[in-house]
Write a new protein. Structure first.
Length: 155
């Protein structure tokens, strides 16, 4: 209307059925457990567990471990994130903590500091690869009896 283009949504994680909202002026401390979607726009400290999606709004400050289907972060999260589906860190998003996810997307400008573990149902077996048979086994503590002695000239 009036020649303005509509602004596209900032979150690509589905906002399906958001049942719980912590507003921008709210400060919540505790354990939040839900079957539906959760949106945090204020301050949250504790633990978030849901079978649905979690959206962390741009102004949100979350100090919590988060377990959900999908997680979208536009604000700040300090804590571990476990997502059965996808974790998105948007351009304004900041995550400090370890993640365990099936899919991971980080926009340019987004920050992630931690370790990631991506779940895969069909990991390739590299040992059975044909080109691996011709390669010599790497030296390890098991197949290396100890430091090799250098031959020294007799004096």
């Amino acid at each position: 209307m009036f020649g303005r283009k509509e602004k596209p949504p900032t979150h690509t994680v589905s906002a399906e059925k958001i049942e719980t909202v912590i507003g921008p002026t709210a400060d919540f401390n505790g354990h939040l457990k839900s079957d539906g979607g959760v949106r945090i726009d204020g301050a949250f400290e504790g633990l978030i567990e849901t079978a649905g999606n979690v959206i962390i709004g741009e102004g949100a400050k979350v100090l919590a471990d988060v377990t959900a289907r999908n997680v979208s972060v536009a604000g700040s999260v300090k804590g571990n994130i476990t997502a059965n589906g996808r974790l998105e860190i948007l351009a304004t998003g900041r995550v400090w903590g370890d993640i365990q996810v099936a899919s991971f997307l980080i926009d340019e400008g987004g920050v992630f500091r931690g370790q990631s573990l991506m779940q895969a149902s069909d990991e390739p077996l590299l040992i059975d690869a044909p080109h691996m048979e011709a390669m010599p086994a790497p030296e390890t503590a098991e197949n290396n009896s100890g430091p090799r002695e250098r031959s020294r000239p007799n004096r």
